[in-house]
Design a protein around this ligand. Structure first.
Ligand SMILES: [Zn+2]
Length: 79
């Protein structure tokens, strides 16, 4: 009898897993936004301007030299 309960639980767990995987696969590539975030917006990253051409870009994409930011390696060198 214990075996039957085990298999029932196993089947239930497998069903939950399949359900979860299907839900996750419904929106491929969707960003993982916490449900409590404001309006589902992405967290705004700090934008910086290239010291050479003034192009705005996210700080993480910029090339830093001291306190200055650049949009690309060329501008960092030319500046
Ligand atoms: Zn630039």
């Amino acid at each position: 009898m214990g075996r039957l309960i085990f298999w029932l639980l196993f089947a239930f767990a497998a069903w939950l897993l399949v359900k979860k995987l299907r839900q996750g696969g419904a929106m491929p590539g969707s960003p993982r936004v916490p449900p409590g975030s404001v309006g589902g917006e992405k967290p705004v990253e700090n934008m910086v301007a290239c010291a050479h051409c003034g192009l705005l870009l996210p700080e993480s994409d910029s090339i830093r030299r001291g306190s200055e930011h650049f949009c690309c390696e060329e501008h960092r060198r030319e500046h």
